[in-house]
Design a binder for this molecule. Structure first.
Ligand code: SAM
Length: 233
């Protein structure tokens, strides 16, 4: 077992799962995490190993909407791949719980902090050669209409067209500014449902996206993730 594996085991023991349960679920939070904790760790390690085959030492990653699922990959990046990680999540309470867990296992804030801010405020910390956007553009709290459309929860007749147009423009502006902060070649870790946003803005910015074949399951939201290589068209 590597030092990073031991650190991840300690971190997953140190996290306040009861508070995380209340953040992720209206009810049944303890059962939610009891059913997922092991898989989150296992699949997070698989994500980190997949990044090891793609990312170069010395680069910087931006994680948008980083939660429990991202912890293993982020620490594999900093500990094993010699990279810098910048991470944010709009849920301030979740950031506080994740940061408390990190400090409990003596990960310094300089190494990893999940900041309770919009990822756009962190773009100046780039350039980034890896973006991780996993189930963030489909987040029901942030994008209620787009989320409902993406996951097929909204009968078309009930669609709030004004709300949809506003969210669509906001997501296009967000993904466009994320792509503008990339140094090429770069990688994007994202889900199949979020990929079309990146394809759309990449085309407009003269970038080429090449998806590769590897897909990894996730255990929190449950959307499988894959990797898009970004280069000039
Ligand atoms: C459904 S959760 C997914 C969390 C985690 N990525 C996972 O897969 O388990 C979506 C998260 O994205 C965050 N988010 C959405 N837009 C964001 C933005 N512009 N900047 C930072 N976080 C964002 C939300 O705050 C929320 O915590």
């Amino acid at each position: 077992m590597s030092d990073t594996d031991r650190l991840l085991d300690s971190l997953f023991s140190a996290l306040d799962w009861s508070r995380l349960g209340a953040i992720y679920c209206d009810e049944g939070g303890d059962a939610f995490w009891a059913a997922r904790r092991r898989s989150v760790l296992k699949l997070g390690r698989a994500w980190g190993r997949a990044l090891a085959g793609r990312l170069t030492r010395g680069g910087t990653s931006l994680y948008v909407g980083a939660g429990v699922a991202e912890l293993p990959a982020m620490l594999i990046e900093t500990r094993e791949l010699g990279r810098r990680v910048v991470a944010s999540n709009l849920r301030a309470e979740e950031c506080a719980v994740l940061d408390a867990g990190l400090r409990a296992v003596e990960v310094l804030p300089e190494e990893l902090s999940i900041l309770p801010v919009d990822a756009r405020t962190l773009l100046g910390r780039g350039p980034f050669d890896h973006l991780a956007v996993v189930s963030a553009l489909t987040d029901p709290e942030t994008w209620p209409v787009v989320s409902a459309v993406t996951y097929g929860r909204m009968p078309p007749v009930l669609l709030d067209l004004t709300g949809f147009a506003a969210e669509r423009e906001a997501i296009l502006a967000l993904t466009s500014s994320l792509c503008a902060a990339l140094t090429l070649p770069a990688w994007i870790t994202t889900t199949g449902d979020e990929t079309p946003w990146f394809v759309h803005v990449a085309r407009a910015r003269g970038l080429e996206l090449q998806p590769d074949d590897e897909m990894i399951e996730t255990a929190v939201v449950g959307d499988p993730i894959g990797f898009l290589r970004v280069a000039n068209a």
